[in-house]
Design a protein around this ligand. Structure first.
Ligand SMILES: [Mg+2]
Length: 127
């Protein structure tokens, strides 16, 4: 995991510090809330949560499409759909036994590494 010392060694100071415990607690509470709302179990749940995530991401894309087609951007509607995306992200973390906060931290670490290596652009998971 990249820490503040690494960032300072690279002279990169504009990245916020690692997620603090209050953020982790907020996400844990949200994941528990989501768990109480899930309606499916087992394999059906894995499929429903995955398809739900893709479907809700599609609803975000649909709203953005309308911006390009009609010239109107409904940020409030997009925010609601992003909430639905977040719900399914949390549900998937729950069903897979993954820690949502850890996922976010790992993603931050990956992107910081790419930024420091000047590989934000390009392709491949391991750049
Ligand atoms: Mg929706």
């Amino acid at each position: 995991m990249i820490n503040q010392d690494d960032l300072e060694a690279f002279g990169y100071y504009n990245i916020p510090p690692t997620t603090d415990n209050s953020d982790a607690t907020f996400l844990e509470d949200y994941c528990k809330f989501v768990e109480g709302m899930v309606l499916t179990y087992g394999r059906d749940r894995l499929a429903e949560n995955t398809l739900g995530l893709v479907g809700e991401a599609g609803e975000v894309a649909e709203k953005v499409k309308k911006f390009f087609r009609d010239g109107t951007l409904d940020e409030a509607a997009i925010q609601l759909e992003l909430g639905d995306v977040t719900f399914y992200l949390a549900a998937l973390h729950n069903v897979l036994g993954l820690d949502f906060s850890e996922t976010i931290q790992r993603n931050k670490d990956k992107l910081i590494k790419r930024k420091m290596n000047n590989t934000l652009r390009g392709s491949g998971d391991n750049r």
